[in-house]
Ligand binder design. Structure first.
Ligand code: C5P
Length: 415
């Protein structure tokens, strides 16, 4: 149950078309018991009515730092009071301009000043929303990274129809989704995996052909990183063993970078005895070149034959050694006879849960921000998850994992 009773939210609104979604968001906050103070930029008022936001929040909307009249005694110190008052800051939509201002400490309107007066360690959620090209612009990405480094949670915009008529990345998530993320940040969930050790493998392995070439695959590592983040949020001691990726390490996660399947196997086996949950989300190469050439292979003959040998199957090996108190979660990417194959994998690798990904589905797969999975359980049951962000799916999977530890028997997760 999402509950924000008594929480005080400073809601920054900047001038993007997606601001039209804000009245609904304010209503969701208010209905769940939160107090909301809207601070908006001048241009935001072009897209959404300040009167509507004031009426729904029950508080005057603030925009300027200075009072309208000289007799207004306290309003010029509002920004300091508000910084102390708020339990969290939400900026939705966040335009490129306001992101640049906040990243650089500008303080020329109520929104930017409140961002600076907010007490340290209060959650700050930033929801950028703009045209896809603009979002990808190096300056915008740099500014968002600065905000991330300052501890802000930056939520990637969604892909879909944009106000420009184009289809692409840039949409503000729906109010319900923003609301759920704010609930997570302001009312952290129970630490249901506290005291447990969770090991996650992620990303693609690289199998060396010679000094400059390798065999690999398209896995981005996003699913594995989201799983590690979710495990850490639930209080687990989390170890993330990952192939090459430029993804940032989630908070409170121990990251081990590896290249090849053999290396990943070696690192994972170190934890086989102690871990409580093993999540194999890595796309591990099944084969590697039988030998790695020193230096660079020269181009000479018309054809080149590479002999490949089998890599260790990390999940299978863990399955063989797994004790009854340990849990094993595998992933299966299937095209034909998906359910059948995934079920066979669950049995063969002695998994407790297999998350089935059907290849070639829209909104799912390697590079995507979202995914659609079917979870198969050891007791023969299965559950189809809706199309969700990888973050949401990760939470769902880890929640299932924590159910196992609440039950005395490991036969079936409670749902
Ligand atoms: O057999 P297949 O590769 O389809 O199984 C996929 C599952 O097994 C994934 O969870 C993957 O991380 C894991 N796996 C592994 N080591 C391998 C191959 C796959 O851990 N060498």
């Amino acid at each position: 149950m999402n509950d924000l009773s008594g929480k005080r939210i400073l809601l920054g609104v900047s001038g993007g078309i997606a601001a039209y979604k804000l009245p609904h968001l304010v209503r969701l906050f208010k209905k769940s018991g939160a107090e909301v103070q809207v601070v908006m930029t001048k241009s935001a008022a072009m897209f959404v009515s300040p009167l509507a936001l004031a009426t729904l929040s029950g508080r005057a909307v603030l925009s300027e730092i200075f009072p309208n009249s000289a007799s207004d005694q306290e309003s010029w110190t509002n920004h300091i009071r508000l910084g102390e008052w708020a339990d969290g800051f939400v900026l939705a939509p966040a335009t490129a301009n306001v992101v640049a201002k906040l990243a650089n400490g500008f303080a020329d309107d109520m929104l930017s000043v409140c961002f600076l007066t907010l007490r340290p360690n209060k959650p700050k959620l930033i929801f950028p929303s703009m045209d896809g090209e603009m979002f990808d612009a190096p300056a915008v990405q740099r500014n968002l990274n600065v905000l991330r480094e300052q501890g802000c949670l930056v939520i990637e915009p969604e892909v879909g129809e944009l106000a420009s008529g184009l289809v692409g990345k840039g949409r503000l998530p729906e109010p319900e989704k923003i609301f759920a993320l704010v609930c997570d940040a302001l009312s952290p969930k129970e630490k249901t995996l506290a005291g447990k050790q969770v090991v996650v493998t992620a990303g693609a392995t690289r199998e060396k052909i010679d000094g400059v070439r390798f065999i690999s695959n398209y896995s981005s590592g996003k699913m594995g990183f989201a799983l590690a983040e979710a495990a850490a949020e639930l209080g687990a001691e989390t170890i993330l063993i990952t192939g090459k990726t430029s993804l940032p390490t989630p908070p409170n996660v121990k990251r081990i970078d590896v290249e090849s399947a053999e290396e990943m196997f070696r690192e994972a086996t170190r934890y086989f005895e102690t871990l409580d949950v093993f999540v194999a989300a890595a796309a591990v190469a099944d084969y590697r070149p039988a030998e790695t050439h020193q230096g660079k292979l020269k181009k000479s003959a018309d054809a080149l034959e590479l002999r490949l040998v089998k890599n260790p199957d990390i999940l299978l090996e863990f399955g063989k050694r797994k004790k009854s108190h340990q849990l094993s979660v595998g992933f299966a990417l299937e095209i034909e006879n998906a359910l059948e194959n995934a079920r066979a994998k669950l049995a063969a690798k002695n998994c407790d849960i297999v998350a089935l990904n059907r290849a070639n589905e829209e909104g799912a797969g390697f590079e995507s921000e979202t995914n659609r999975l079917t979870l198969l359980f050891k007791d023969g049951s299965c559950e189809q998850l809706p199309l969700q962000t990888k973050r949401e799916i990760a939470k769902e999977i880890l929640k299932k994992a924590s159910f196992f530890f609440r039950k005395t028997s490991l036969t079936s997760p409670e749902r």
